[in-house]
Design a protein. Structure first.
Length: 396
């Protein structure tokens, strides 16, 4: 076990800021959807596909970065992925048509997952289960700042400098994270614990993870519950522009309260990890999530569209998600203690892929109103709760 020279809180901060490349790349350009649609002569559905394509690439690439980090180490994967991310983001900024932009988004998504996967595995390398859960809670708490500030930053950059400035900003952010990671991280994976990346061996490990019913149930439970929140993240342009007829600088009205819920839930999860096992924290989080879903259904079916009620319901749901994520992550990774990078990769793959399906396939085909969003969230939550019950039964 290699200690990081930047200490417990230093490691948390850098891992969180590196991981922020993911949500920054999704949320920062949401206020520019109307401009993108105008410049590239595309529909809202094709705009949503730029999120979905990014997320599909991110999901699939986690299956590459995970085993690679188990072989060459966490630090090299973080540095290499940040180099690729900065280059791909620059090409997003200079794209001349929709095809070029979409292709650049795919490469951007491919690169963005490396730091997230390797950073999570690095934390588990350095700390035992309880400390790792605490660390991941604080990572998520900082990570949650991205959805709150990203649309605000994007809105002002868009208004003053145009949509391309958003991707120049993201490119500079990637370069800064590259420099900090190179200077401050120490490799955490001991040479004796490195694994072969021979394709057959990697395939064998992946088959083993996907055949582990408890692991798959835990991962899918988290992914479906999180997808319930992503309905409103990916659907934010519809909520802000179409339902409530607000402006590009008004995204903070939705994202800031939701982020406050995530920060509060992450903080509480870190505190509870000192006294309670991850399983008990998951049960508590499911109770909170059910409360958020119930409030959302009531406001959607019984009230006229009301932004305040939507925000309150989503903040409760976000609080529950943040409470559960570190516990779910530790339970999943600990199913494969000798392949933490691979386990982390599969977890990220499933969560991001399902969120991409929500953005690219489910949202474009449901009615663009609050009732449809609320029903979709309910269905995803019920799937998550059922999958958690399956994972519990497999432990007995």
């Amino acid at each position: 076990m290699v200690k990081q020279k930047i200490g417990f809180y230093g490691l948390i901060m850098i891992v969180a800021f590196v991981s922020m490349t993911g949500p920054f790349s999704i949320d920062t350009y949401l206020p520019s959807f109307a401009s993108l649609e105008s410049q590239f002569s595309i529909s809202r559905g094709l705009s949503n596909q730029t999120i979905a394509a990014y997320m599909y690439a991110t999901a699939i690439s986690t299956l590459f970065w995970g085993p690679l980090s188990d072989r060459v180490g966490r630090k090299l994967v973080i540095i290499g992925s940040l180099v690729l991310y900065s280059i791909a983001t620059f090409f997003c900024a200079i794209a001349e048509n929709y095809s070029e932009f979409l292709l650049s988004r795919i490469f951007q998504g491919f690169a963005a997952s490396g730091g997230m996967v390797a950073g999570r595995a690095m934390i588990r390398d350095v700390y035992d289960s309880r400390l790792a859960q605490k660390a991941m809670s604080y990572v998520l708490m900082l990570f949650a700042l991205a959805p709150a500030i990203a649309p605000v930053i994007g809105g002002y950059l868009h208004n003053y400098f145009g949509w391309r400035s958003i991707f120049y900003f993201l490119c500079v952010y990637g370069v800064i994270m590259l420099v900090l990671s190179s200077m401050l991280f120490k490799e955490s994976l001991d040479v004796t614990r490195r694994r072969s990346i021979h394709p057959l061996r990697v395939l064998k490990v992946y088959i083993r993870t996907f055949l582990n019913i408890r692991f798959v149930s835990i991962v899918l439970a988290l992914a479906t519950c999180f997808a319930g929140l992503f309905v409103y993240i990916a659907g934010a342009p519809t909520v802000i522009f179409n339902i409530f007829t607000l402006q590009s600088t008004d995204f903070w009205l939705l994202f800031l309260p939701v982020t406050s819920g995530i920060v509060t839930g992450s903080f509480l999860s870190g505190k509870l990890s000192r006294k309670f096992a991850p399983e008990k924290i998951v049960y508590l989080s499911l109770l909170v999530l059910s409360t958020g879903v119930s409030c959302n259904l009531l406001q959607a079916f019984l009230l006229a569209p009301n932004l305040l009620m939507v925000v309150v319901s989503m903040s409760i749901y976000a609080f529950g998600i943040a409470l559960s994520m570190p516990a779910f992550s530790i339970l999943a990774i600990d199913c494969f203690p000798d392949n933490k990078g691979t386990a982390s990769a599969v977890q990220s793959f499933v969560q991001i892929l399902l969120s991409g399906i929500v953005a690219g396939f489910l949202l474009p085909f449901v009615s663009q109103d609050l009732m449809s969003f609320a029903i979709l969230q309910l269905l995803l939550f019920l799937m998550g709760a059922g999958l958690w019950a399956v994972s519990v039964s497999m432990r007995r």
